[in-house]
Unconditional design. Structure first.
Length: 217
């Protein structure tokens, strides 16, 4: 696990997305934005699924708290809040609790709030959007560490994720080794391309036919 984590931390979302393309796998999600820090986050996924309140009895604890207490250092909490209700699936006190627990960051399929507060806690929040509206009385937690969907990608507990300024990419736990190998080869190739450019090779040669075909299966 430590080796997987360290290898994943050296890769960005684009290399990982290219590796998935090369292997014919899905996992890249667009339109989720980095809100509170400039950091890339990587790690093992811990999930939260949220649903509309619809008059349910008041919960005994706030959404997301079970995930924080279950998290191991370096985990990434991933929240599905696709109810269509304008309400935050994450907030500032949750960010503080997660940061103190060693959570790497949170990704919300839906809106988050308290973005400035999360920035003060130096806690990375990625979300589909942002809002000031509370979850209380609007949405509730349906489950922790259950299957969810982010974008069009099914996400399960123990999957892996990379999120940065370009996007969010999930990798199934069963596929992580071959995806890492492919992504590392792509990253090495791109480093060599950068060296060639700095050495004076014309960019049309560096990004020629071999570049155009490098992801073909």
């Amino acid at each position: 696990m430590t080796d997987v984590s360290s290898r994943l931390a050296r890769l960005d979302s684009c290399a990982l997305s290219d590796a998935l393309d090369k292997l014919g796998l899905a996992g890249a999600v667009s339109g989720i934005h980095r809100l509170s820090t400039d950091r890339r986050i990587t790690g093992r996924v811990l999930t939260v699924k949220l649903v509309a309140d619809e008059g349910r009895p008041a919960a005994s604890r706030h959404l997301g708290t079970a995930a924080i207490e279950a998290a191991k250092p370096g985990d990434v909490i991933v929240v599905e809040q696709r109810t269509g209700i304008d309400a935050a699936g994450w907030g500032g006190t949750l960010s503080l609790g997660a940061a103190l627990r060693g959570v790497a960051g949170v990704i919300v399929e839906g809106p988050a709030r308290d973005v400035d507060e999360s920035a003060q806690h130096d806690f990375p929040v990625f979300a589909r959007g942002h809002t000031a509206r509370t979850a209380r009385g609007r949405i509730v937690e349906a489950g922790t560490n259950v299957p969810i969907v982010v974008g069009e990608i099914p996400v399960s507990p123990e999957d892996f994720v990379v999120a940065d300024g370009s996007g969010v990419v999930f990798v199934k736990a069963a596929e992580i080794e071959r995806v890492l190998e492919a992504a590392e080869a792509i990253a090495d190739r791109e480093r060599s391309m950068a060296e060639s450019l700095r050495a004076g090779t014309p960019i049309s040669e560096v990004m020629g036919k071999s570049y155009e075909t490098m992801l073909k299966k």
